[in-house]
Write a protein that binds this ligand. Sequence first.
Ligand SMILES: CCCCCCCCCCCCCCCC(=O)SCCNC(=O)CCNC(=O)[C@H](O)C(C)(C)COP(=O)(O)OP(=O)(O)OC[C@H]1O[C@@H](n2cnc3c(N)ncnc32)[C@H](O)[C@@H]1OP(=O)(O)O
Length: 202
Amino acid sequence: MDFADVDRDELERLKLLYRPLTDAVRELVDATIRTEVDDDVIREAHTELTDVTATLRDAGLSGPFGTKVTGDGISIAWGNAAVGTRNAIAPPLTIEVDDDGRHHSTVTLGAAYEGPPGLVHGGVCALVLDHVLGMTGSADGRRLTGTLTLKYLRGTPLGTVHAEARTISVDGRKATVRGTLSDADGVTVEAEGLFITPASRN
Ligand SMILES: CCCCCCCCCCCCCCCC(=O)SCCNC(=O)CCNC(=O)[C@H](O)C(C)(C)COP(=O)(O)OP(=O)(O)OC[C@H]1O[C@@H](n2cnc3c(N)ncnc32)[C@H](O)[C@@H]1OP(=O)(O)O
């Protein structure tokens, strides 16, 4: 598909088309982890899913989704691991921005994100914080993660978590951002990142 031909209405239509598919795959991942149905039902499901996957592969991109720009100049990254509309692995994060620049996101991390029993995988905590801090540090222009330091104060229980971040300082191409991941009882992970605009685009 040539996204240069996509206007706002068409973009909305496509989002409404793909979101339910992605949500269904997310549900499938959760069901695959937690199902206790009989062996023959597992085999039957496997066959049906293989058929569905083959159908979706009838036409497709030869590589990752990347970033596309629509005719209205909107950048979309539907394959992104944190926010991608078409990526069932993405939690997905929705990030809100306050007037004072604080970025924050509340998201539910279920069985698919488990590390230690009942707790969110440390790498998934890093994914969430990297993206929220990265967006914060990119508020005045695109920056990539140079260094991300995390302090895991205690395990983050699976369920609803809240991430938030603020830019501490900007020094030319470099932005220092701090943030936290929390559950209902308070902070579980502290994060600090240095986000850098590459000298050359990469
Ligand atoms: C209005 C507009 C809206 C825009 C809206 C955009 C929205 C967009 C949101 C994206 C939100 C995504 C959030 C997820 C973000 C990722 O997932 S990014 C993926 C993970 N990160 C990467 O792959 C980055 C890989 N590394 C690189 O690309 C490059 O090494 C870097 C980090 C960009 C640096 O590139 P460089 O330009 O070659 O840097 P260089 O000139 O050598 O050094 C510049 C300065 O930074 C320092 N530095 C260099 N590398 C590092 C490092 N790794 N650590 C610490 N310091 C470093 C240098 O010491 C130097 O310092 P000074 O001498 O100036 O004091």
